[in-house]
Design a protein around this ligand. Structure first.
Ligand SMILES: Nc1ncnc2c1ncn2[C@@H]1O[C@H](COP(=O)(O)OP(=O)(O)OP(=O)(O)O)[C@@H](O)[C@H]1O
Length: 396
């Protein structure tokens, strides 16, 4: 794509072109933009074939077909079912993601995993690391949404003694600790604005500077990032730097939600039940065609994680619970009663635990797994909500 004019105010994403098979490309243009022209006609979405031209306010492009322009994924060559690390799938969409993961594992490029909460992004990141040349080196996870900016900066890049109040000794950051290996930046969409240029510099120069130090230090780290957000929309809205987005999305891997691929559910359910140590009789009762069909119809806003919780609940209550009942977190048993044999303090602690679990689970479900949105709606601190989710095993 070449720029054909200068000094015109244009969107961060002028238009998106994705190659398809047989030398064709799909062109999409954001609706609020001045527009993209294919063959002189203004379009929001169009398919272009070899030789046709596409142009916009400040660029023009030509779609040309070449033999070596093979698509990244060849659906016709994909096997019936596939596994990548812990992940299993049958659907073409998920197998296409696995195919990309495998290719990503064999190189060192920065990867961006995009998918809703519970779709398996963290497991995919670990599997990419383990399948690659860095498998024997460290794999470090940093949750970019779990810490305020100053603590996160120190977590990522480390600090010198005295760098800030409370920095009583030097601390090595995750980038340094992961040297030779991989750093997994989870929830990258939550990275505070002030840290975005700092991370960009690290990705560009492959060197870090500890907080409070003047020295730059080279690091050899592979970066895999993940987000449940639509990062392109975040860039369009000005909340995420476009240059950082492009640095991260060298290999972009979308992971489909569970409701987009119900055909994967039986296979995943079997894998989960095996992992939970279900007996053959339990597996049989929880994989009947009727029960699986009911599970396949459920929306699963928390995706595979929610399915896992549901199946675990089914094992605990020894019953093929309908998903709608399980979703509320309330098994079909008598309402919670008070155990007066306990001390007041203990009974209160248990009730509070149970309330916290049910509340944060329902809250997250109500907001489609979006922690920041859920925290804002509940008037809670996001970091505190993350802590509660972890404590109750609702987020790994
Ligand atoms: N395709 C799959 N096959 C088997 N298990 C899966 C699959 N996808 C996800 N899981 C399981 O679902 C659970 C959630 O996965 P994971 O924590 O990687 O999700 P995530 O997308 O990183 O979630 P979040 O965005 O909330 O951090 C894990 O127990 C994982 O093993």
């Amino acid at each position: 794509m070449k720029r054909s004019s200068e000094g015109v105010a244009v969107s961060r994403f002028h238009c998106e072109m994705k190659t398809e098979r047989k030398g064709a490309a799909r062109t999409r243009s954001p609706k609020e933009r001045p527009g993209t022209f294919v063959g002189g006609v203004r379009w929001r979405q169009a398919r272009t074939r070899g030789g046709s031209g596409t142009s916009g306010v400040s660029f023009s492009a030509r779609c040309e077909s070449r033999e070596e322009d093979a698509p990244l994924t060849r659906p016709e060559s994909l096997p019936e079912s596939a596994a990548f690390g812990e992940l299993v799938a049958r659907s073409a969409a998920a197998r296409a993601s696995f195919d990309r993961m495998e290719r990503a594992a064999s190189c060192n490029a920065t990867v961006l995993l995009e998918g809703e909460t519970g779709t398996g992004k963290s497991r995919a990141a670990l599997a990419i690391h383990r399948a690659g040349a860095r498998a024997g080196a460290p794999f470090l996870v940093v949750d970019c949404g779990a810490l305020p900016a100053n603590l996160l900066e120190s977590e990522l890049f480390g600090h010198e003694k005295g760098a800030f109040t409370g920095a009583i000794q030097r601390r090595v950051g995750a980038f340094e600790e992961a040297d030779g290996g991989t750093i997994f930046l989870d929830e990258i969409g939550e990275l505070p604005a002030e840290l975005q240029p700092k991370l960009l510099r690290v990705l560009e120069n492959r060197e870090i500077r500890r907080l409070g130090s003047n020295m730059h230090q080279a690091v050899n780290v592979r970066v895999i990032a993940a987000t449940h957000r639509d990062l392109r929309a975040e860039v369009q809205a000005g909340r995420f730097r476009a240059d950082l987005y492009f640095r991260l999305a060298v290999v972009g891997i979308p992971i489909p939600s569970l409701r987009e691929r119900p055909e994967d559910l039986p296979l995943i359910a079997e894998r989960i039940l095996a992992g939970l140590g279900a007996t053959p009789a339990q597996v049989e009762s929880l994989t009947t065609p009727d029960f699986l069909a009911r599970l396949q119809k459920a929306p699963w806003p928390g995706n595979v994680r929610e399915l896992r919780n549901h199946l675990e609940r089914c094992l605990v209550f020894q019953s093929a619970l309908p998903p709608a009942l399980s979703d509320s977190g309330h098994p079909p048993v008598a309402p919670r009663s008070v155990d007066a044999a306990l001390t007041y303090a203990e009974a209160r602690r248990q009730a509070l635990e149970s309330f916290e679990h049910d509340y944060v689970e329902a809250l997250l479900k109500l907001h489609g797994g979006k922690v920041s949105q859920a925290a804002a709606a509940a008037d809670m601190d996001r970091v505190y909500l993350y802590r509660l989710l972890r404590r109750h095993g609702l987020k790994s």
